[in-house]
Structure formats: structure tokens, C-alpha cells
Write a protein that binds this ligand. Structure first.
Ligand code: PBG
Length: 339
């Protein structure tokens, strides 16, 4: 059959390709833009390290010493990033059932927050991870107790006062933002009350409002040397559910959250889009360790173009509705955006 036998079709009068014809045209009509200041860099400070140690499942991401933490934070600021999120990695011998090292002013995280605030003042926002799991010897995000049937449970209400102590210690050390990620009910209200009572009205709360019990957190467990046995399914959300995220977000806003978050990002873009529609406060999304590790692994194998999938994944998260994106790619992506 030759082409003369094709039935002629009328030319379309709508031609979407007109708006894709040149780089200038594509830039003119781009609906979504990513800025370096949209990106938040998560960082790990480890006790007792004299130099940075790379996390094997997260190539390019390190457990930091104080020196390398400050050096990398400077690189972030120079790339145009305005906020870093700091996680503490204490020594095993400093972990206990309550995670008390988390509110010790001399603890690894609080000392690092102080050093960062001293170094950067208000030029770089210092956000602290406000969760016990890095500091407990059992690795759970709250304290354990026994219910009336003899089962070991993560005790919601007994955990709240510990989060209050931790958040106040972080504010005192110099954090601009605290970020409760433990998924205890009522944690935002408890922390807001404690911060206000101690005179820290200016310290903001970024709430991990919609956080799923996700296998994509896998590499993070190596990053923080987690002691966890088992899982977090009694406090983090079931991946099958979207609707409850809207309630979680609403509750956290009512309790005083200044930002809400959806986490992980890429497998939960539907949730992110719904939250972005209803939230009156900024909505952050966290591209977690497993998302980072997957893209790195495929990139390092030559199966995808790493720079291209990095930027595509971030613009996708922004397009779905994120105002801020926590990502381990923050410095590389910000540098690319600056050209
Ligand atoms: C808990 C916490 C986790 C992450 C951030 N905060 C781990 C978990 O809930 O098990 C995961 C971050 C990542 O995977 O990049 N404090």
C-alpha cells in the first residue's frame, strides 16, 4: 500500500505544538518554575566523626563532622538555598529508652544547631528534626509502654512532653524552625505551647503532617544508624489511604503548624496535589532517601541521565503543588538552576 491510498484528513485547527517550537517559546509558556530557594537540604551530623563519612546507599550524601557540616552549609547558601534540615546521629552509648540525648544542650544535634546559628545568623534558616527515633535505643519515634493486654506499644501521650523538651532545646540552641516528624497525635499543639511558654514565639513549626509508613525510607536508616526492629505502622500512615491525609493536615493547621508536609513525594503526588488545594499554609514535600537512592542507582548504571531525572522529578513535585522541596539533590539542583 502506497501513501497515495491514505485517506486525506483535515488539518487540525488547534495545534498545541506551536507553543513547543523553540526554547524561548517553551520558556515563555512554562507553568512551573523551580527556584534554588524552594529547595531544603537535609543533612546529618554524627557524633565523634573527625571527617565526613559517605552513606553507602546514598552516594554523595554524608554523615558530617562539625567542620564538614559548616562547609557544606556554606556551599548550600552559595548555591541559593535558604534552609537546611539537620538530623542528629548520636553514639550508640548515648541512646536510651527516652532518647534523652535529644534535649541535652551538649547533645550532638543541639551543639550543631548552635554552631550553625552562630556561623550563619539569619542568612541561612536552620531547621531541626524534632523526633526521638535517632536518639532512642529501640529506634521508635516515641517511648514504649505496655497496654492492658500486655502488648508493647508506642505511647502517644507519654511521648508528647519529650517532644516539648526536645523542641525547646532546639529553639534554645538556635533553630529557626522545628520539624516534628514522629507522627504522634497532638504533637504540633504540644510543641507550640511549649515554645510559646519559653518565649520562642518566633520559632516556626514545619509539621510532617502526611507521612506514610514507607519502604522508601530504607537508606535513611543507614544514614542515622537506626536501631529500629520492626516497623512504624501504628503511627505512620497506610499507603492505601489518601483521605486521612487531609484530616492530618487540617488538624496540624488547627494546632498551629506554620508549614505542612507530605512525605515521601513521588509515590504520593496525588496526596500532595489534594493537600496543596486545601492548605492555607505553605506545603512542603520530602523527596526521601529511597527516591534519591533509586535515581542515583539508575544514573550510575547509565540507565537514565541523572541530571535530567533529578530536575524532572523536582519540577514534577513542584507542579503537583509543593511550595518547598526537601531533597538530597538540593545543592546540585540549585547549581543547575543558577546555570
Ligand atoms: C524520622 C524520620 C525518617 C525520615 C525523616 N525523619 C525515617 C522514618 O520515619 O522512619 C526519613 C527521611 C528519608 O528517608 O530521607 N525521624
Amino acid at each position: 500500500m502506497s501513501h497515495e491510498n491514505y485517506i486525506p484528513v483535515p488539518a487540525p485547527d488547534r495545534r498545541p505544538r506551536r507553543l513547543r517550537s523553540t526554547p524561548a517559546m517553551r520558556e515563555l509558556v512554562a507553568e512551573t518554575a523551580l527556584r534554588p530557594a524552594d529547595l531544603i537540604l537535609p543533612m546529618f551530623i554524627a557524633d565523634g566523626l573527625s571527617e565526613a563519612r559517605e552513606i553507602s546507599s546514598m552516594p554523595g550524601v554524608h554523615q558530617h563532622s562539625t567542620d564538614s557540616l559548616l562547609r557544606t552549609a556554606h556551599e548550600a547558601l552559595e548555591a541559593g538555598i535558604r534552609c537546611i534540615d539537620v538530623f542528629g546521629v548520636p553514639r550508640d552509648e548515648d541512646k536510651d529508652a527516652d532518647g534523652s540525648e535529644s534535649w541535652n544542650p551538649e547533645g550532638v544535634l543541639n551543639k550543631a544547631l548552635g554552631a550553625l546559628r552562630q556561623e550563619f545568623g539569619d542568612d541561612l534558616l536552620i531547621m531541626a528534626d524534632t523526633c526521638l527515633d535517632e536518639f532512642t535505643d529501640h529506634g521508635h519515634c516515641g517511648v514504649l509502654s505496655t497496654d492492658r493486654f500486655g502488648n508493647i506499644i508506642v505511647d502517644n501521650d507519654a511521648t508528647l512532653p519529650l517532644y516539648q523538651k526536645m523542641a525547646v532545646a532546639q529553639a534554645r540552641a538556635g533553630a529557626h524552625i522545628v520539624s516534628p516528624s514522629g507522627k504522634m497525635d497532638g504533637e504540633v499543639l504540644a510543641i507550640r505551647d511549649a515554645l510559646d511558654a519559653e518565649g520562642f514565639q518566633d520559632v516556626a513549626i514545619m509539621a510532617y503532617s502526611s507521612k506514610y509508613a514507607s519502604a522508601f525510607f530504607g537508606p535513611f536508616r543507614e544514614a542515622v544508624g537506626s536501631s529500629l526492629q520492626g516497623d512504624r505502622r501504628t503511627y505512620q500512615q497506610d499507603p492505601a489511604n489518601a483521605r486521612e491525609s487531609l484530616m492530618e493536615v487540617q488538624l496540624d493547621i488547627d494546632e498551629g503548624a506554620d508549614f505542612v508536609m507530605v512525605k515521601p513525594a513521588m509515590p504520593y503526588l496525588d496526596v500532595l496535589a489534594e493537600v496543596a488545594k486545601m492548605s492555607p499554609v505553605p506545603v512542603a514535600a520530602y523527596q526521601v532517601s529511597g527516591e534519591y537512592a533509586m535515581l542515583q542507582a539508575a544514573g550510575r548504571n547509565g540507565w537514565v541521565d541523572l541530571d535530567a531525572v533529578m530536575m524532572e522529578s523536582l519540577i514534577g513535585i513542584k507542579r503537583a503543588g509543593a511550595d518547598q522541596i526537601l531533597t538530597y539533590f538540593a545543592i546540585e539542583a540549585a547549581r543547575k538552576l543558577r546555570g
